[in-house]
Design a protein around this ligand. Structure first.
Ligand code: UN1
Length: 499
């Protein structure tokens, strides 16, 4: 297969193509859009295809054509391709991390982690190719044997966000492929580059043409068309709760399988007996790491009144110490937001917090002077004396923005923690074993941490949220491949012959 040179070099402003049927192709629209560096929006990272429904139709046709052959390939062989992918990703880790920081903004230490997540997923899922694909289960009847087999769904449409430009595309695409599906991947328009890189690497690793197709372009048009396409059997989306509801409605009309990972309003509970320095360190990381742009970011701290002042002072000191700048500089702790639109959106929440009567402790404005002026920077922002009914206590901000809510008991802390529509990740700082076990039971969240940040999920455990943080599915973990498979129950009877 011939590889277009477009992905080989990373000169500023080069044009990238869609990956369809094993080939690099321009969009039929003839139009492109640019992706810029959020630390310096004058720097164009690349131009990408502004794809249309005609391009999507081509991608779906290619996927449908390739899928039966891929499904017929033994699962261990499918796994081998993922293992080779992991090794290629390892070789290119530094180059890919640098590109990701340039395109998305998060600091190089974090983009290395993002690539590492993809490597870990590739290795873990590769091994799934050699596991039994089903169960054998005793029958209730004589002379009967029962088993289950797992089969691919067909073509899976994957829609990914910009905050984990490789990790999330990888953790959806690789299990979908291992299960024998063909995939159409539509990455976020702020960060399409790493998905194209992943396609290139998978094909170098031996993935047949048409099994993975990547198209870039406007989420509204392409997302809706993908979710309603008669040639697509399933949608897997990570994004906002608003977009998730919309996509689920479209899928619902055709009863198309749809798995959603959506927003969060993740809380850290700091009880009276907490190790305050440990709590401060972890809240600073959870709230300001990735500039707060994670679905698992810490955006509320529910803190016992007895330690509220001490905690707030120490957190403010930690926030003010953060070195903000271009994430490629290894001394920088926090990079920009993904674009200037996000800066505006976060700043609106600062104004909402002030109008609602919460106390601004630190931050609360964009950073736009001098070296910051061409970038999308916002100061780490802390509000205290926030009450649970305020919008800044309920709505996902997706920025370096944290609300401190005082409480006076464990019971009140749990009630406040559970009082939003979301249920993704909650952490509790306590040294009391009884409180630990009660919280494990009482917290309404798919991820519950103790004495740690709300971020930092491990790929071999199920990942996902309760309530409006998803629609009841879990990704990753030991059942990652099931999300992308049909299960068939098989009943074999072998009664004695009739004569
Ligand atoms: C997300 O923000 O969409 O636990 C996922 C974490 C990451 C995953 C976040 N590993 O924060």
């Amino acid at each position: 297969m011939s590889m277009s040179p477009t992905l080989q070099s990373t000169e500023q402003g080069q044009t990238y193509q869609n990956f369809i049927a094993g080939e690099w192709r321009n969009s039929k629209s003839g139009a492109t859009f640019s992706s810029t560096n959020p630390a310096n929006t004058d720097e164009i990272v690349g131009y990408f295809q502004k794809s249309t429904i005609a391009d999507l139709d081509e991608a779906v046709a290619a996927a449908r054509q390739a899928q039966p052959g891929w499904a017929a390939t033994p699962a261990p062989e499918r796994g081998e391709i993922l293992l080779r992918t992991a090794l290629l990703l390892e070789q290119q880790r530094e180059e890919l991390a640098t590109l990701m920081t340039r395109e998305m903004g998060k600091v190089i230490k974090e983009t290395r982690g993002d690539i590492q997540t993809a490597i870990d997923v590739a290795k873990f899922i590769a091994g799934e190719g050699r596991r039994a694909e089903g169960e054998t289960i005793p029958s209730a009847l004589n002379n009967k044997f029962c088993l289950t087999i797992r089969q691919p769904l067909g073509v899976v449409g994957i829609i990914t966000p910009w905050n984990f430009p490789l990790a999330i595309p990888a953790w959806k695409t690789l299990p979908a492929l291992l299960a024998g599906n063909a995939v159409i991947l539509k990455p976020a328009s702020d960060t399409p580059l790493l998905s194209l890189k992943m396609a290139q690497i998978l094909h170098e690793a031996g993935l047949p043409a048409g099994v993975l197709n990547v198209i870039t372009g406007p989420g509204g048009v392409l997302g809706d068309a993908l979710a309603s396409h008669k040639g697509v059997n399933m949608i897997s989306l990570t994004g906002s709760t608003e977009v998730g509801r919309h996509v689920a409605e479209i899928c619902g009309r055709d009863l198309r399988r749809c798995t959603l990972e959506l927003g969060g309003k993740n809380a850290v509970i700091v009880l009276e007996d907490a190790d305050l320095d440990l709590a401060v360190e972890n809240v600073a990381w959870g709230a300001f790491g990735t500039s707060g742009q994670r679905c698992t970011a810490t955006s509320r701290v529910i803190v016992h009144k007895a330690v509220q002042q001490a905690f707030t002072d120490r957190l403010a000191a930690a926030a003010e110490k953060l070195n903000i700048g271009n994430g490629l500089d290894p001394k920088v702790d926090m990079g920009p937001l993904v674009n200037k639109g996000r800066v505006k959106a976060v700043h609106e929440y600062t104004q909402v917090g002030q109008m609602e009567g919460a106390t601004l402790v630190t931050g609360g404005s964009p950073l736009s002077d001098g070296e910051y002026s061409p970038g999308a920077f916002y100061k780490p922002t802390i509000f205290t004396d926030v009450s649970p009914n305020m919008r800044i206590a309920r709505e996902e901000v997706f920025g370096p923005f944290v609300s401190i809510l005082p409480i006076s008991s464990y019971e009140e802390a749990v009630q406040v923690a559970n009082s939003t529509e979301y249920g993704l990740s909650t952490s509790i700082f306590t040294n009391d074993l009884r409180t630990t076990f009660r919280a494990m039971r009482d917290i309404e969240a798919g991820l519950v941490y103790f004495n740690a940040s709300t971020t930092g999920a491990e790929i071999h455990l199920p990942f996902g949220g309760m309530k409006a943080s998803g629609n009841g599915h879990r990704e990753l973990g030991t059942h990652a491949v099931e999300e992308f498979s049909e299960t068939k129950s098989v009943f074999l009877s072998y009664p004695p012959a009739h004569k």
